[in-house]
Design a protein around this ligand. Structure first.
Ligand SMILES: Nc1nc2c(c(=O)[nH]1)N[C@H]1C(S)=C(S)[C@@H](COP(=O)(O)O)O[C@H]1N2
Ligand SMILES: [Mo]
Length: 514
């Protein structure tokens, strides 16, 4: 039987499926939204030209995504079978097949918008499962082959024995796979339950306006002014985001207040909602980086809640605590000076995605996320900066985190080859809650040229800019700097992200060809 292809093919399939199951179970345990297979599907969707995608959607109606995932699954089965068949003579081609598949999965996972290394864990677990399980099958099949070939007389018995041993292994791996699938289901239940609760939510007063006219420079390659939830950067310290049902969420506001408040989700969303376009960015964003996003947020103004609680004299901070234990300290001034500091319940017209803090997170225009934007927030203690430290201040980051004036070139990107002559360049600039008054670019160290700014609805968002420059054939460097509405010109002095945000001009190198 060992000369037969069937057991090798089955071994490849069984090992492959076992790896898919353990990888999906790991993803579920970590509450990762996408298992590697889904990540690959999303990667394909992202890179499908719009026209092809539209045709696919038209032909397949609502079945386009199941069809895509199904196709990937079929391709995977083909790969597993191939790995098994190839291993009949030598083992390494199977290793190559499994490695290539794992690398594709890993690439897809990393190219998503959530780039924490823990996202690679499901792929890794699946990969190890493939190698170990397949090696186990292969060892059995190889032993049977040498046994059967060596002693011709014993081959009947040997074949019978090895068939039995192969079937036992197959049964063991099959059973293990079923268990892993079941475990994944169990672990994913919490997340599914909360996703279902989220899908059912209808929030009165949450709207989704169009992107304001004039806010976009019409230039392909500049980051969209409104960031899709799916593309919005994600930063948090937990591996598995908390899964909180709105019905179990409560917020306590206490400390240096006249009256403690204890709010349920219904209490919160029953209040007057405020809505605004606000750009959020991370203090860890390097010069030119993309840990920044702009969305339409809906929530309850923190100033109103704090006024209702009655802040006692002497308080200068609110210590925010997340359900996962993460903390940050926010200056009371920024929460009560009239800006749209809010307990946000919706992002881009939909209940917050779990990754972004469902059911409730805070958001304070003008401050970096690490001192203000507590996701899954459950506790607000009115206090004094002198009386506490928070998660990031304990790790060497600053107590205060006002956003620094910054700008970025989106087009061209470094390494681009463009046609010499007149070209339009563009990007984004931000100084939330202060506003941008000017952006200038400098080509090859020449004079600073003023760019045209798009018009934004408030000072709390980033601003797109564009300008035409003339480029001769050859290598070029383009820099950008912004000026805020207080007249401060962005400094070219480079500072690291730690302790309170990077500074320096972003520049790109590109080549113009005649
Ligand atoms: N619970 C919790 N909230 C958190 C964090 C965190 O690690 N845990 N990170 C903060 C940081 S550093 C940033 S930049 C923002 C990111 O918000 P986002 O993931 O919605 O983009 O969330 C903030 N809120
Ligand atoms: Mo951050």
């Amino acid at each position: 039987m060992t000369s037969s292809r069937i057991p090798w093919l089955l071994a490849g399939l069984a090992a492959g499926l076992a790896g898919l199951a353990t990888s999906a179970a790991t993803a579920a345990a970590l509450s990762v939204r996408e298992s590697p297979v889904i990540a690959v599907a999303e990667l394909v969707i992202r890179h499908t030209p719009g026209r092809v995608a539209e045709e696919a959607i038209q032909t397949l109606q609502f079945y386009d995504k199941p069809f895509l995932v199904g196709s990937i699954f079929v391709l995977l089965l083909g790969g597993f079978a191939l790995a098994g068949l190839l291993a009949r003579r030598r083992l390494w081609p199977a290793t190559v097949v499994f490695t290539v598949l794992a690398v594709i999965g890993g690439f897809a996972v990393l190219s998503g918008n959530e780039t924490s290394p823990s996202r690679l864990l499901p792929v890794l677990v699946g990969y190890v499962t493939w190698q170990v399980v397949f090696a186990w099958f292969a060892a059995g099949l190889a032993a049977a082959a040498s046994g059967g070939g060596g002693v011709a007389e014993a081959s009947e018995v040997g074949a019978g024995g090895s068939r039995r041993s192969f079937l036992l292994r197959l049964a063991a791996v099959g059973g293990g796979t079923v268990l892993a699938v079941a475990l994944g289901r169990l672990l994913g239940r919490d997340r599914e339950r909360v996703e279902a609760a989220r899908d059912l939510l209808r929030l009165d007063g949450v709207t989704m306006p169009k992107v304001p006219r004039g806010a976009v420079v019409d230039l392909k390659g500049v980051a969209p002014w409104r960031t899709d939830e799916a593309d919005f950067y994600v930063v948090h310290t937990v591996i598995a985001p908390p899964t909180l049902d709105p019905s179990e969420w409560r917020l306590r506001i206490h400390g240096l207040v006249e009256r403690e408040l204890d709010l349920s989700y219904q209490d919160l969303v029953g209040r007057q909602l405020t809505e605004a376009w606000v750009t959020l960015n991370c203090v860890s964003n390097p010069v030119g980086g993309d840990l920044i996003g702009n969305a339409w947020w809906s929530g309850v103004r923190l100033a109103d809640l704090l006024a209702e609680a009655g802040v006692r004299p002497g308080a200068d901070a609110v210590l925010q605590t997340s359900h996962d234990g993460w903390t940050c300290g926010t200056p009371i001034g920024a929460l009560m000076d009239g800006r749209d500091a809010m307990l946000a319940v919706a992002m881009n017209g939909q209940p917050l995605p779990i990754e972004h803090g469902f059911p409730v997170r805070t958001l304070v225009p003008g401050l970096y996320g690490f001192v203000s934007a507590c996701k899954w927030v459950v506790d607000l203690e009115v206090t004094r900066f002198a009386d506490f430290t928070a998660y990031w201040t304990d790790r060497g980051w600053s107590e205060q985190g006002p956003v620094k004036l910054a700008s970025r070139v989106d087009l061209p990107s470094s390494g681009d080859r463009v046609a010499a002559g007149s070209m339009r360049v563009g990007g984004s600039a931000w100084a939330q809650h202060t506003g941008i008054s000017a952006v200038e670019v400098q080509l090859d160290g020449g004079a600073w040229l003023p760019a045209t700014l798009a018009s934004v609805p408030s000072d709390d968002t980033w601003v797109q800019w564009a300008v035409d420059v003339d480029v001769e054939p050859g290598e070029h460097e383009l820099r950008v700097r912004a000026t805020d509405k207080r007249g401060q010109v962005q400094t070219g002095v480079r500072a690291d992200v730690i302790p309170d945000g990077a500074t320096g001009w972003h520049s790109v190198d590109f080549v113009a060809e005649s």
